[in-house]
Ligand binder design. Sequence first.
Ligand SMILES: [Zn+2]
Length: 160
Amino acid sequence: MKIIINGIHANLRFASAHMIPCHEFCGGIHGHSYHVDVTVEGERGGEFGFVVDFKTVKGIVRKICKKLDHKLLIPEKSKEIEFKNMDKFVEFSIRDKEYKIPREDCCLLPLTSTSAEAMSQYFAEKLLQALALEEADIKTLEICVNEGIGQGACFTKTAE
Ligand SMILES: [Zn+2]
């Protein structure tokens, strides 16, 4: 059985800035009002016959959203970004573009990109890790990270 959580209605949202280094249109810093849809598939169990408690899933996903909200999302593992400093300011360059952003305004992510594709995988891995601590028999979960209404990327992660 599956449980489905709609990110717009369940308030799994964040508004952040990012860029896709070296991309013709997305290379400049720009923002999205993101929302995250979640599907969890597994066996029903426990006292209430839940796949997993909605509240638990929402709590985990909301916490990740909060970390990203109102930040510039920077992919630490990007091959195009050359980091120079990460203390009070995050200083980096992308080809001939130089950036210096206050550290508190940045969220550095262990990713090669902050595309919707990369972020859906990031959310799926974090959520599965957190749900492993719960007493739930989860088979797969799917995360869709939507860059506003009408476009998003979905990643399916299978529990091992
Ligand atoms: Zn974008």
